[in-house]
Design a protein around this ligand. Structure first.
Ligand SMILES: NC(=O)c1ccc[n+]([C@@H]2O[C@H](COP(=O)([O-])OP(=O)(O)OC[C@H]3O[C@@H](n4cnc5c(N)ncnc54)[C@H](OP(=O)(O)O)[C@@H]3O)[C@@H](O)[C@H]2O)c1
Length: 181
């Protein structure tokens, strides 16, 4: 699944009745989507995309920018707000990838998280765990197959039980690794 498709199904396709969408709609969590690692190259691009979508949908979904550094996140929010003034109310969530409690708090507030903080084998395990624990859908752009196998092995059953989707390999450049696995 491509990342944009994941985002569209979660946040913007209330007319679609996919299983993923139904899971999200039934959740009572306040934030629809968190973009984690928003300060990186890819995270910034994704936030720009979300900002445009947010404008088009006139604030009918709630999303947050997230990462480990409050100051950098505030700069991202400010630059988004200069083009999209309605984003003044967008949430900013701070959690280091090693701070299990902060990740847990973040995952408990959102229906889905997209993760741009890589390398994933180094930084993402705790976030995937927090998402699975809180029944929060998760997607990333990983292509680190050994780590993906590890995640499937250790968390696959719990994810199924908690009815959340964990979708790795959502990036264009994940495809060659995925195909050759
Ligand atoms: N499959 C694909 O097609 C594809 C395409 C693009 C990227 N990617 C992958 O996506 C990931 C991001 O790429 P990028 O180019 O955007 O990287 P980048 O510009 O270096 O950004 C890395 C992000 O990770 C964050 N980060 C680093 N250490 C962290 C920690 N301990 N806790 C929380 N956040 C931390 C950084 O936060 P700070 O700003 O605070 O340092 C930053 O937001 C990489 O793993 C890359 O391989 C895959």
């Amino acid at each position: 699944m491509a990342l944009i498709e994941f985002i569209n199904q979660i946040a913007f396709s209330s007319l679609q009745s996919s299983e993923l969408n139904l899971c999200v709609m039934s959740s009572s969590k306040p934030i629809d989507l968190v973009a984690y690692g928003a300060t990186g190259f890819t995270g910034k691009l994704a936030c720009g995309y979300l900002a445009q979508k947010d404008a088009a949908f006139q604030g009918s979904f709630r999303w947050a920018i997230a990462g480990r550094n409050q100051t950098k996140l505030d700069v991202i929010k400010q630059s988004l707000t200069s083009n999209f003034p309605q984003l003044k109310s967008v949430d900013v969530l701070v959690a280091d990838s090693a701070d299990v409690d902060a990740l847990d708090r973040m995952a408990s507030q959102c229906k889905a998280a997209i993760n741009f903080a890589g390398p994933y084998s180094k930084f993402a395990k705790q976030l995937v765990e927090a998402c699975v624990k809180n029944s929060t859908h998760y997607a990333d752009l990983s292509a680190e197959l050994f780590w993906i196998a590890e995640m499937m092995e250790s968390l696959g059953e719990a994810a199924e039980k908690n009815r959340c989707k964990v979708v790795h390999c959502c990036g264009f450049d994940s495809v060659p690794s995925d195909w050759t696995a």
